[in-house]
Design a protein around this ligand. Sequence first.
Ligand SMILES: [Zn+2]
Length: 304
Amino acid sequence: MNRPTNAFVLIRITPLLLIWLFLISAPRASAANWTVRAQPARLVNGAPVLFKVRPPVRLASLSGSWLGHEIPFSFDPKTKTWFALAGASLETGPGTYALDLAGESAAGKSPGTKISSSRRFAVARGKYPKIKVALSVEGKFTEPNPEQQKQIEEGQQIKKDYLNRVTPDREWSGSFSAPAEAGISDVFGSERIFNGKTSSPHQGLDFRVPSGTPVAAMNDGTVLLARPLYFEGNFVVIDHGQGLLTLYLHLSEFKVKEGDQVKRGQIIGLSGGTGRATGPHLHVAVRWQGTYLDPAALIRLQLP
Ligand SMILES: [Zn+2]
């Protein structure tokens, strides 16, 4: 006889039935839980991170607090998750740090109810190279005269005024792309020595490009700065919103002006060797709420 008996069917479905009964009768554990994830899963100092949050109830808004920064979350309807881009500065020591979340429930039974949660994430020490090569830079950059000193101070003031800005609306969308298709001549975080003097860690990513190579915007945004500065040379800064800026240095030519809206991949200038540069190359930097992050790590992130 090939047909299963009723008893046999019952034996086979009983475990499934029990699991199902357990799931519907268990206290609403899943409803009270937040899912909070980080990409990449391993955080290091100097690198950006994408936080993804699934709250237990439908929310109208969500914000977070991380390493002293306020981070606004956006909702992705495709995956029904809230996301925010953040980072840990190079100076962040290894340890675990709290991401505090505060949300407000959406319209429904009890709209406007405040709910909160907190998760801790480990930040490990990133591996950054030490390059003990004396680079020859013109004397004017290490021992400036009074006129040069004045230009340096003007540049410092402009950077102080612009590079810590946090505009509320997010303009970036999707992953960041490389500004040029070229080899890397120096990575983020490396320590360099100028004329025998050790400088602070390299705050950007250098692309090996000849002068005149088109330089593309890494994501959508608004041109915050497009002007020459003493060290940076011809300098473009794009504001992607919520405190995320990308910086493009040593350009030979501008293709945008301050206030322009740009799209990812749009040509914003041509590479060069203006400012403090040993030769033509493209230095790009990523600034998030007043701290520099690794551009290569930002490009690697899969963003909604
Ligand atoms: Zn550089």
